[in-house]
Write a protein that binds this ligand. Structure first.
Ligand SMILES: CC(C)(COP(=O)(O)OP(=O)(O)OC[C@H]1O[C@@H](n2cnc3c(N)ncnc32)[C@H](O)[C@@H]1OP(=O)(O)O)[C@@H](O)C(=O)NCCC(=O)NCCS
Length: 214
């Protein structure tokens, strides 16, 4: 067992696994970040984010620092679980879960990216379904949100397919330029109607003991 049990959390589906983002897994994934394969066109991320840093080594350093900072902040109204997406033993992206005022409202939001080499094969849909299973089944969440720039067809399609409802829009900047975001909301009831029976949660007691869920 890890000395920090949250790093042992795993979610498995028939096609992929989400694994607690250990430094070892992050180190393997760093090659993808260094190669610029976390990027996409049109730009999918709101500012600030390490992925827009042009210098490859600095990009990796900023990316790691942001994850370490987020990992170290565990508060009742804000905590973050970082999970690496693993396919056939290979780290190919991340699927993170953020508690936002979870102890009061049971609300979570998600953030994800996949290596450009692995997009368009259904993995994005599958990893979001996996993290929702962890949130709703494992942690007892009431509601999940997601947002994506209006021209991010993949992310918006995944939210729509998984039963999220439109929840308005917001402005944000990406690489300094203003752009509109779609906001999405998935209620527990809507998730239950689509609940999968082939997603497995492992070692998630750590979430209940180490995260301020209530
Ligand atoms: C968003 C992302 C994780 C989606 O993963 P993916 O594996 O490519 O998506 P999937 O193959 O599961 O496709 C899901 C749906 O999006 C659609 N889709 C995916 N990429 C698309 C594209 N570039 N243009 C149009 N539709 C697209 C698929 O057709 C599918 O729709 P359907 O279910 O109606 O058939 C991935 O594209 C990515 O990493 N993008 C860059 C980072 C990013 O945008 N992160 C989210 C920030 S909010």
């Amino acid at each position: 067992m890890m000395s920090y049990p949250l790093l042992d959390v795993r979610v498995s589906t028939p096609t992929l696994e989400l694994r607690g983002a250990t430094d070892e897994l992050l180190d393997q994934l760093a090659d993808v970040v260094r190669a610029g394969k976390a990027h996409a066109d049109p730009a999918p991320y709101d500012d600030p984010i390490s992925f827009y840093e042009p210098d490859p080594d600095l990009r990796v350093a900023k990316w790691l620092r942001a994850i370490w900072r987020g990992r170290g902040k565990v508060e009742a109204d804000a905590w973050r679980l970082y999970l690496v997406v693993v396919v056939d033993g290979q780290p190919v992206g991340m699927q993170n879960l953020y508690g936002v005022n979870f102890s009061t409202f049971g609300t979570v939001t998600t953030f994800s990216w996949l290596s450009a080499d692995h997009r368009g094969q259904g993995l994005g849909h599958e990893m979001r379904a996996a993290i929702l299973h962890l949130a709703f089944d494992g942690l007892g969440a009431n509601e999940a949100s997601s947002d994506a720039f209006v021209d991010n067809h993949g992310s918006n399609a995944i939210s729509r397919d998984l039963g999220y409802e439109p929840n308005g829009s917001d402005w944000a900047t990406r690489q300094g330029e203003p752009a509109l975001l779609n906001r999405w909301r998935l209620t527990r009831g809507n998730w239950e109607q689509r609940r999968r029976n082939n997603i497995r949660l492992h070692n998630i007691e750590a979430c209940r003991t180490s995260l301020p869920l209530s």
